[in-house]
Structure formats: C-alpha cells, structure tokens
Design a protein. Sequence first.
Length: 118
Amino acid sequence: MATVQAEDYNYLTIVCIDGTKTSLTAVGLSISFSDTQLTATNAYTDETTTIALTDLASMKFSNTDETTGIHTIHANETNEKNNAIYNLQGEQLPVNATLPKGIYIIKKGNETQKFIVK
C-alpha cells in the first residue's frame, strides 16, 4: 500500500463555491480556523490568505498552481471610501463614478485587482 503525505505536494489549492481557486505554497503553510473563517499563513513568505468558511467548497493538495485569478467584484465593493479605481491609462477615477464598458484596476487596502465592466 502506498502512503501519501501533504509534504509530497507543492501546493494546497482552496476552491471556493464561486469556482475560484487559490493555490498556496505548501512548504511552511499553517492553517487556522475561527468560527467564520479559514486563515492560511506561509512562514517563509509571510503571505496570508483569509477565506470565509461560507465561501469554502473544498481543499486539495496538488503539484501545480491552480489559481484562477477570477473573482466577482460586486458594485458595492467598488464604492467603499478607502478604495481607489484607475483606468488603464493610470488615471484615478471617482469612486462613485458610473464606469463605461472596459477594464479597470481597483485598489482595496493592500490588495489590487483588475476588473471588467461588461
């Protein structure tokens, strides 16, 4: 009988109910749970990922990075006062602006994402 251990894999992939996948480097990974969220911290890179348990569909170990990078941003998330929205020319736009179709960049705290208005 073959034995498989977590250390045999390079990544832990977290799959959310919306289908997004986030792969975390398995070496140095520490996972903790609270009543409402999972927090994964890598001791070597200081990367921390927090996911609401209500958004968690599954977790699996793999040898490939399966991060999809596709997440849904809801309209109310773009209107928060600490957010900044930029067009692809680097111009900052008013947070409450009605955005025409296009690709934009939103900065939320220390996190930056690209998003598409269809």
